[in-house]
Design a protein around this ligand. Structure first.
Ligand code: PLP
Length: 401
């Protein structure tokens, strides 16, 4: 069997791009100085850091002093949410608003805070996978100190009304954090224009390396230190900086935020071809709003098959896709995101997520569309669930709760 690798799991992670690697190399080799050292080898590393911070700040309309480097998106989310909770508690506020389909870095942070006595409202996301500003407004209480809503969902790619939520929070003097890990590079982001107080980003989703992230914290918001130690990151997150990873992150951000519209338009054509053609397979359903979605996200439930069997079959053709998110695959639980938009348990097990990048081509789409219908009919022919569905048994019908 011919096996050309078709990587369409870019929401799980992305390969490091050549430009990013080239930017990193000098700092992995001769540029090994400690950025805090006083001699020129150290100062050079310090300048590289300063330059990276300035580039990233400029890409999002922030100032360099509002950019904090972290080790990943999860760390940024944890710091923003737990840090904000500790700070707001000092002002007598103990209520947080989030949504039911956030990434686990957010949900589990909120759950940990609930155990400490904070109260959390999980607003619904509705059938189209979009949070409504009215629901957030209705959930606000006098003691609400933080709203945290993801910019774009990692499984179904739906884009949230960030600017409007930010405006509401600003008006009510509530801090607003957004997990933008999946959005960066796909939609234009400006923290000023969109009323964002804190924003999380992760390098490995935008062709930088794993293990580097960023938290934007608006000036005037003082979070407790994440790591006590030396004076790095203005004393807030100690630890000798990973200069190469940070320089790579800045390069990745620079590339990802340039020509967004042009790149997105190209990706959208591939996405829409995939969606339109996969939906021709009987008993399939697109998850998440068709319009308010990331340019590269396809998430389709296919009744009568298990997501895992589908992925293994695609892998035999060299196609790397996913079912649910990479962080929860391996778990037998249905996706909390698909349950949150109202899918039945049985259906939430059988979804296919394809997440495209700029590097995907028409040929990749052709191959997926060539093999997928065959795989689905083979898996369905062996599925007792499919047999029941065809007999009109209620088990898989309708898809929604
Ligand atoms: N937030 C979202 C929306 C994500 O998709 C992910 C990763 O999948 C994360 C946070 C966590 O990022 P990291 O893998 O850098 O910890």
């Amino acid at each position: 069997m011919e096996k050309r690798l078709i990587y369409v799991d870019n929401a799980a992670t992305t390969p490091i791009s050549k430009e990013v690697l080239d930017a990193m190399m000098p700092w992995l080799t001769e540029g090994y100085g400690n950025a805090s050292s006083i001699y020129s080898k150290g100062r050079e590393a310090g300048w590289a850091l300063k330059n990276a911070r300035e580039k990233i700040a400029a890409a999002f309309g922030a100032s360099p002093s509002e950019i904090y480097f972290t080790s990943c998106g999860s760390e940024s989310d944890n710091w923003a949410i737990k840090g904000a909770a500790a700070a707001m508690a000092k002002r007598g506020k103990k209520h947080i608003i989030t949504s039911a389909f956030e990434h686990h870095a957010v949900l589990h942070s909120c759950e940990a805070l609930e155990k400490q006595g904070f109260e959390v409202t999980y607003v619904p996301v509705h059938e189209n996978g979009v949070v409504r500003v009215e629901d957030i407004e209705a959930a606000i209480r006098p003691d609400t100190g933080l709203v945290t809503i993801m910019y774009a969902n990692n499984e179904i790619g739906t884009i949230q009304p960030i600017k409007e939520i930010g405006a509401l929070c600003r008006e009510r003097k509530i801090w607003f954090h957004t997990d933008a890990v999946q959005a960066v590079g796909h939609v234009p982001i400006n923290v000023e224009e969109q009323n964002i107080d804190m924003l999380s980003l992760s390098g490995h989703k935008i062709h930088a390396q794993k293990g580097v992230g960023m938290l934007y914290i608006r000036r005037g918001i003082s979070l407790p230190n994440l790591i006590d130690g030396g004076g790095q990151e203005r004393g807030k997150r100690a630890g000798t900086e990973n200069v190469a990873a940070i320089v790579g992150l800045a390069k990745a951000v620079e590339i990802a935020t340039a020509n967004i519209e042009e790149r997105a338009a190209k990706t959208r054509i591939l996405r829409d071809r995939l969606i339109d053609n996969i939906l021709k397979i009987e008993r399939t359903r697109l998850n998440g709003d068709r319009e308010k979605r990331l340019p590269g996200n396809v998430n389709i439930s296919i009744e009568g098959i298990e997501g895992e069997s589908l992925l293994l079959s695609l892998d035999m053709y060299g196609i790397c896709a996913s079912s649910g998110s990479a962080c929860t695959s391996g778990s037998l639980d249905p996706s909390h995101v698909l349950l949150a938009i109202g899918l039945k348990h049985e259906v939430a097990h059988g979804s296919l997520r394809i997440s495209l990048s700029d590097e995907n081509t028409e040929e990749d789409v052709d191959k997926i569309l060539e093999v997928l219908p065959e795989i689905v009919s083979r898996l369905r022919s062996m599925s007792p669930l499919w047999e029941k569905i065809q007999k009109g048994d209620e088990t898989g019908v309708p898809m929604m709760k």
